[in-house]
Write a protein that binds this ligand. Sequence first.
Ligand code: 13P
Length: 254
Amino acid sequence: MAVNSVNMEMARAVITAAEEEHSPIIINIGVGQMANLAHPTEMVPMIKEMAERATVPVALNLDHGQKFEDEVSAIQWGFSSVMIDASSYPYEENVKRTATIAALAHQKGICVEGELGHVEQAVQYVKDTGVDALAVAIGTAHGNYPKGYVPVLDFDRLAELKAALKMPLVLHGGSGSGEENIRKAVAGGINKINVCTDAFHAAEDAMKAAWEENPSLNYMQIMMVAEQAIKKFVKDYIRVIGSNNQYVYGETVT
Ligand code: 13P
């Protein structure tokens, strides 16, 4: 599970949740998030410190990097993996941009996630770019769905992709996708699920409810409410995807 984390409390909630569930975890930071709140000059050293002390493996991933400079900066800052999203470009341009970043990142031992506009070209794309993981479009979308709507995922396409690629596959837009879909996606070969919106909602809902109950809660108290809510959300999600109890300190459970 990769959870977008935009400040210390959120990163700590995500990592603590993973530790309590004995699950590996990924912290995602998006380029837009970096520009606003999650400044990498502060976030990266802090998360690396947290990761070093954590009792589970913690990776730090650049989410939806697009510009060459963003990718190079993330590699220099010490992200453990970078996503290059050049999926809006024509195939050749996507390959060119992604392959360049993959070559740079691999020199530093950093993993690369790519994304394709049309998954039909997936096998060739992986060959042409050298990406380590591929974000696949099987029916989820980023952000909120209309109230009550649960996306219909293309599990046949997922099965075809997994069989053809035999590599780590990534599902973006993990929020609001429904537990059954998420479980089936994992069973069908998804190895990383990106979640952002629902983690924010968990914090927002808890903060609203806490303030309604006690309007005099101060900044520190309300931040603690948010942190606990995110932690609970991540623990629950980890159990849904079944990555709990996959890592006991010092050994991987097989
Ligand atoms: P959601 O906000 O829909 O969970 O998507 C997150 C994501 O995919 C980040 O890359």
